[in-house]
Design a protein around this ligand. Structure first.
Ligand SMILES: [Zn+2]
Length: 261
C-alpha cells in the first residue's frame, strides 16, 4: 500500500532547466517549453522547496545564457540554486569564475554529448580545477551517446579526488551504460553522487541503496525534459521499497548537505 502522504515530502530537485533563448533543436515536443509560471507550478505541485536551475541548451558559447538565467531568477534567489552549464569548447574558466563571483552560481554542469567533446579532452581540465578551487559540485550528463559513458565520469572522478561529482541520469542503454554501470561506478568512487532521473523502476533505486548506500543518491527530474512532470518522477522515489528515512534523504537531505542549504 502506497502512503499518499509521501507525495507531500519536501523535495529538492537538483536538475531542472529554464531555457530563455528559443530551443530550436530536439524533437518538436521538446521545443514547446512551458513558460515560467508553469515551471513554478510544476515545482509547487511536486512540493519542491529548492531547485537547482540550469539554463537551456545552446550551441557554441553558453556564458550569456547563464547570465540571462541569473537575472531572471534574481528576485527568487532563495529558492533556486543556479548551476552554470558551460561548453569548454567555447567558454573559458574565466567565464565560469565570473558566473560564480558576479552571479552566485554554485556548481558546474558539463554535457559532453550535447556539446560534443570527451571528458578526457584537455579543455575540460581547467573547468574541473576551477570548480575544485571554489569547492563546487561538478554535474555531468550521462547517456545518449558514447561521450555519455558512465565509465568516463568514473575516470574523471578518480583523476580528481578533491572534486565532488554528480552523475546525471540513471538511464540504461544497450552497449553504453547497463543496469549496474551507474551504481557500481558510484560505489567505487566515494566522490561521485548519482542523480536518479530516467531510472526505469522504483526497485532499481532500492538496488542502488543496497549496493552504494543512500547518502550519495539525489532526486532530479530534468524538467521540462524527462517525464515533463516532476511529481510523477518523484513517485519513483516514494514507491521504492526503501525506508522512509532513505526516501527523505534522496528527496531532500542529501541535496541539502551537498549544496550547503
Ligand atoms: Zn540537464
Amino acid at each position: 500500500m502506497v502512503d499518499n502522504t509521501l507525495k507531500f515530502l519536501p523535495t529538492i530537485d537538483i536538475h531542472t532547466h529554464f531555457p530563455l533563448s528559443p530551443v530550436t533543436f530536439f524533437i518538436s515536443d521538446a521545443k514547446n517549453l512551458p513558460p515560467f509560471d508553469k515551471y513554478l507550478a510544476a515545482l509547487n505541485t511536486a512540493h519542491v522547496t529548492d531547485a537547482v536551475i540550469l539554463c537551456g541548451p545552446k550551441k557554441g558559447a553558453m556564458r550569456q545564457e547563464n547570465e540571462l538565467l541569473a537575472s531572471r531568477i534574481k528576485p527568487m534567489q532563495g529558492r533556486f540554486i543556479p548551476v552554470a552549464w558551460l561548453n569548454p569548447k567555447y567558454d573559458s574558466p574565466d567565464d565560469f569564475q565570473a558566473l560564480i563571483e558576479e552571479n552566485n552560481f554554485r556548481g558546474l554542469k558539463l554535457h559532453p554529448v550535447f556539446n560534443g567533446y570527451k571528458l578526457t579532452d584537455l579543455i575540460v581540465k581547467p573547468f574541473i580545477e576551477k570548480a575544485i578551487e571554489y569547492k563546487l559540485p561538478i554535474m555531468i550528463h550521462s547517456g545518449w551517446g558514447p561521450e555519455g559513458s558512465v565509465k568516463d565520469i568514473g575516470s574523471l572522478a578518480e583523476a580528481y579526488l578533491d572534486g565532488t561529482f554528480v552523475c546525471l541520469h540513471m538511464k540504461e542503454e544497450y552497449g553504453l551504460n547497463d543496469r549496474f554501470s551507474h551504481i557500481e561506478m558510484a560505489a567505487h568512487n566515494t566522490n561521485v553522487f548519482l542523480e536518479c532521473s530516467y531510472i526505469p523502476h522504483p526497485r532499481r533505486l532500492a538496488e542502488a541503496v543496497d549496493v552504494m548506500g543512500v547518502e550519495k543518491i539525489l532526486f532530479g527530474s530534468d524538467y521540462p525534459w524527462g517525464a515533463r512532470d516532476i511529481a510523477w518522477e518523484k513517485t519513483k522515489v516514494t514507491y521504492a521499497p526503501i525506508s522512509y528515512t532513505d526516501k527523505k534523504r534522496i528527496l531532500a537531505d542529501n541535496a541539502k548537505e551537498l549544496f550547503n542549504l
